[in-house]
Design a protein around this ligand. Structure first.
Ligand code: MG
Length: 468
């Protein structure tokens, strides 16, 4: 038997989650771990594009004649790039695959005819004036070729970072800094070594809350790559882009679940309700009209689910689930007329493959329709601001043409049917709802009202697909 978990919780600040597409695969120095390729070569750029990498990263120095050169290290074949004219470098330096060292112009002329995005690294020069010129010329040559909308810039150099900021281009900083420091630097976001994120587990949620896209380097093993896919970062910079693409493809992007909303008001015992829940076998149940009691423990036990409970009055709410949530939040709903308090509980789940899902249960005032509308506004805004797919089970205690219902419907999709739910066993009204947000991420496959005399309300069941 699963351990039952009763939760008495504090209201926490709402987290703002950045809504991202799946991580972009960035081929580090191009795709060079393949036949005929070499780091920062044209071949590595073309190869990265051909395997479907989203972006290629490359490193750029300014040579002594103001020409930008693509290479990782400042010294190549005995030549110090910033102190050497490009003509000398071009004539004498060969990459590991036999290609000559490339100018940034040559590199970008090839890139513009490909589909791949670019991660343009400005190297850290000892001369800040030369570095500023490198930044200026880099941005000019990207703009001239119409590549601005598929290019981001990265650098370890604080001065180059500040210089990039002056041009208003997307610019990421490569050395580990706290989210606060990066905000103060005016950075677009972090591009940190993976170890920084392993050691500071609060960084990823905080950068997401700040809406700063997250880039991580250099992630090349299956374990670490999967970790950052599941962390839902924005860019994964890797020496093994084919592995990253394969893992992304294998990581689920949607999950089918069954959700039930059940108001237990008027239930004489929970045995009958437990029988209904067991028969329907939902993954999540939103409950209203519950008080904390040994009976509620038993309901969860018989249903073989975990239960998370808030409030111990007639408007008590709970969420039951087959897995444990990442986070549980308790909300007291607005109540300016000081009627009986109303509550909501929001449980956040990881459905696998970085699919997060909020399951919320709310109890609305049955005493005042102005309060009820404020409560509807509050809970729907809260779930929208969370920025992840959500379902909300609630007894609206109001007619379908009410303000509260219009508020709900204006913001959320409906999963429940038009069938009446109250009063059981011979209902004539619909006051129980299962709602969802957003419509393109929480898709209804089917829903129905389950006949039941276990309480005054009949439960609603919905089979849904939650998408990444
Ligand atoms: Mg680099």
């Amino acid at each position: 038997m699963k351990k039952l978990l009763f939760v008495s919780i504090l209201a926490l600040a709402a987290g703002l989650f950045a809504q991202a597409a799946r991580p972009k695969v960035v081929a580090h120095r191009g795709y060079w771990k393949t036949a005929g390729s070499a780091q920062n070569s044209l071949r590595s750029l073309i190869k990265a594009d051909s395997i479907g990498a989203d972006m290629a990263e490359f490193d750029v120095w300014i040579a002594s004649d103001d020409v930008l050169m693509v290479n990782h290290d400042p010294v190549v074949d005995g030549y110090m790039i910033p102190d050497t004219p490009s003509t000398v470098l071009r004539a004498n330096v060969k990459l590991a695959n036999g290609e000559p060292i490339r100018t940034a112009e040559e590199y970008l002329d090839v890139a513009k005819d490909l589909n791949i995005g670019l991660v343009f690294e400005i190297k850290w020069h000892s001369n800040t004036e030369r570095e500023a010129l490198c930044v200026k010329k880099a941005i000019e040559m990207i703009n001239e070729r119409g590549l601005a909308d598929r290019t981001v810039y990265i650098t370890f150099s604080p001065t180059a970072h500040a210089e990039l900021g002056k041009y208003g281009v997307p610019h990421y900083f490569l050395s580990g800094k706290s989210p606060k420091e990066l905000v103060e630097m005016g950075s677009t976001g972090p591009d940190f070594h993976y170890d920084v994120f392993y050691k500071n587990t609060d960084f990823i949620p905080e950068f997401k809350r700040l809406g700063m896209p997250i880039n991580v380097w250099t992630v090349s093993t299956p374990e670490i790559t999967q970790y950052f896919i599941d962390q839902d970062v924005d860019f994964i910079t890797t020496d093994t882009p084919e592995l990253c693409i394969k893992l992304l493809r294998e990581t689920p992007s949607s999950k089918d679940v069954r959700v039930m909303d059940f108001n237990l008001e008027g239930a004489e015992s929970f045995d009958a309700a437990a029988a209904v829940i067991r028969a329907e076998h939902p993954d999540f149940v939103t409950l209203q009209g519950v008080k904390q009691s040994p009976e509620l423990n038993r309901l969860a036990e018989v249903s073989e689910m975990y239960i998370y409970f808030d409030a111990n009055d007639k408007n008590g709410v709970a969420v039951m689930s087959r897995t444990t949530p990442l986070e549980v939040k308790s909300l007291t709903l607005p109540n300016q007329f000081r009627n009986t308090p109303c509550h909501a509980i929001v449980c956040t789940y990881d459905l696998g493959g970085a699919i997060k899902f909020n399951v919320a249960s709310a109890s609305m005032s049955d005493e005042n329709d102005v309060t009820r509308n404020h409560q509807a506004e509050y809970i729907t805004r809260y779930l929208r601001d969370a920025g992840i797919p959500a379902v909300l089970g609630t007894g609206l205690n109001d007619a379908p043409n009410s303000d509260a219902w219009k508020t709900m419907r204006g913001r959320f999709g409906e999963l429940s049917t038009d069938d009446v739910t109250f009063p059981a066993p011979v209902p004539d009204r619909k006051i129980d709802y299962l709602l969802s947000y957003p419509a393109d991420k929480v898709v209804k496959r089917q829903s129905y009202v389950r006949p039941s005399a276990a309480s005054f309300h009949m439960p609603t069941v919905a089979d849904i697909t939650v998408k990444y």
